[in-house]
Design a protein around this ligand. Structure first.
Ligand code: PFF
Length: 484
């Protein structure tokens, strides 16, 4: 087998992994869910979720990858030798396949809006209604949709085709600084607008009454999506690391950058939204409808609008390449395909699978199941079922099956000075990974698949589910122990 590729530098890895984490989730989704759930109070809860659940699972994923030097399927197989756990790795690859297929559809909108901005089309959009009509007419046009979807997809395939070091790492080294600089420019512009103070107050002054069980669950669910957790993207990136990397430090940097960019995007967007008197709770259309009106009306709006959609497209690209890389790594490691063949064949398959999602806004808009289009179903299965389930199982696997103590020995490679004389740190990590993260993710999972409310109502059922899960876990753990 060909020698496994590795990152050129630790910095390259941190940039690529941050690139995976920073994406549509930060710039498109985070501001609108924060807007819908009350701003500052939501952000506070989100930060807690990132720290106590996100960070430990980021460490766990990267560690599994580095230890095994394999894709998610190979990683689970190597560490457990069990078919059940190997299949869990397979679920991750499947999730990557599905998420890539609809993620690139939204990324295609972003690319299309970049061209809209370039043509100066936002200046004609004076009201939110005009903007939303414009948006509907664009996504309602199959040629526009498929066209930009295809172009974006080709970009994604081209980067992964070039390999880990010459493709993913190089692209991240160019695109991440660009993204950062653009965001700083947009933030300064937003803050300098008259009336931006209200936008800042919206982000910093918490209204605690707005925190509900629902918003806590949304925050936790989003923590997963935004950190690219639960499907082995960070595991795959971790598999191109060597033992010298300090994983806890790298994980902190990735989580910090991801959070920083989400907050910066929030500042850039809400200062402008409030300064121009738009609705902060614009929902998923906040960026494509509300913001285009904002750009249409501001001085220099042409340049800022263009910069914004370049930013969004670049962020989406550094994430979509990580999704494709998970699928490609599986075929390269487990099926012995060449990288080029895997990219061309799998890339084309995901592309074809995504076409019904791209057409869900026009030709196939009326083809629904339970009121959900093909796009909605793909999004639901991947984001609400596969990711939380994957995250739950990864935390359980590392803490209980592989075993916390064995994992810790691996984790200490490259991180000797982090843990030296700090046994409390090990203790905290252990409690979070073994107990807090699995329990919290399990609750999110129940919520995501719509079981939480009924479970709470019917306390009886609730206990049955918990007991069942505990029984299954005990069986799995004891079988595993026997094997050893
Ligand atoms: N973290 C990305 C975002 O916030 O847009 C989305 C994502 C990328 C999720 C890669 C999962 C993944 F494996």
């Amino acid at each position: 087998m060909a020698k496994r590729e590795h990152w050129g530098s630790k910095f390259g890895f941190v940039l690529a992994a941050s690139g995976s984490a920073i994406g549509l989730g930060n710039i498109w989704k985070f501001p609108y869910i924060a807007g819908e759930n009350g701003g500052a109070a939501f952000i506070f809860v989100y930060l807690i979720c990132i720290a106590i659940v996100g960070l430990p699972v980021v460490v766990a994923e990267i560690l599994m990858g580095r230890t095994t030097q394999r894709n998610p399927v190979g990683a689970f197989r190597k560490l457990s030798g069990s078919k059940f756990w190997t299949a869990i790795g397979g679920l991750g690859v499947l999730a990557g396949f599905i998420i890539l297929s609809f993620y690139t559809v939204i990324a295609g909108w972003s690319l299309g809006y970049m061209i809209e901005a370039l043509q100066g089309n936002f200046s004609a959009l004076g009201t939110a209604e005009q903007a939303s009509n414009h948006f509907n007419s664009l996504v309602g046009d199959p040629t526009w949709m498929i066209g930009f979807y295809t172009i974006f997809f080709v970009f994604t395939m081209a980067v992964v085709f070039l390999g880990v070091k010459n493709g993913i790492e190089k692209a991240s080294k160019i695109m991440m600084p660009v993204l950062f600089v653009i965001l700083i420019i947009l933030m300064i512009k937003g803050i300098s607008l008259k009336g931006s103070g209200e936008g800042l107050a919206f982000l910093w002054k918490p209204d605690w009454a707005k925190i509900t069980r629902q918003s806590v669950l949304i925050a936790l669910g989003h923590a997963f999506f935004t950190l690219s957790l639960g499907m082995g993207a960070l595991m795959t990136y971790g598999s191109y690391l060597n033992k010298k990397t300090n994983i806890p430090k790298a994980a902190m940097q990735i989580v910090f950058l991801d959070t920083l960019i989400a907050i910066m995007a929030g500042v850039a967007i809400f200062t402008a939204v409030f300064a121009t008197g738009q609705d902060p709770a614009g929902g998923p259309g906040l960026i494509f409808n509300t913001l285009t009106v904002v750009f249409g009306g501001m001085t220099g709006g042409y340049v800022f609008g263009l910069l914004f959609f370049v930013l969004l497209t670049v962020a989406a690209l550094t994430s979509s390449i990580s999704l494709l890389e998970v699928v490609v790594a599986y075929f390269v490691d487990e099926r012995r395909w060449s990288r080029h063949r895997a990219v061309l064949v799998l890339g084309s398959l995901v592309f074809l699978f995504g076409i019904p999602s791209a057409l869900s806004f026009n030709l196939l808009a009326n083809v629904t199941y339970n009121g959900m289009t093909f796009f909605d179903i793909a999004d639901f299965i991947a984001s609400n079922v596969l990711l939380p389930l994957g995250g739950l199982l990864i935390a359980i696997f590392v803490a209980w099956i592989w075993g916390f103590d064995k994992a810790l020995i691996e984790l200490k490679h490259g991180a000797e000075n982090v843990f030296k004389d700090r046994s409390w740190l090990v203790g905290i990590f252990k409690v979070f990974l073994k107990y807090i993260a699995p329990v919290m993710i399990f609750i999110v999972f129940l919520h995501s698949v719509g079981l939480l409310e009924s479970a709470i109502e019917q306390v009886k059922n609730y206990w049955i589910i918990i007991i069942l899960v505990i029984v299954v876990l005990v069986i799995i753990i004891s079988r595993n122990r026997k094997k050893k």
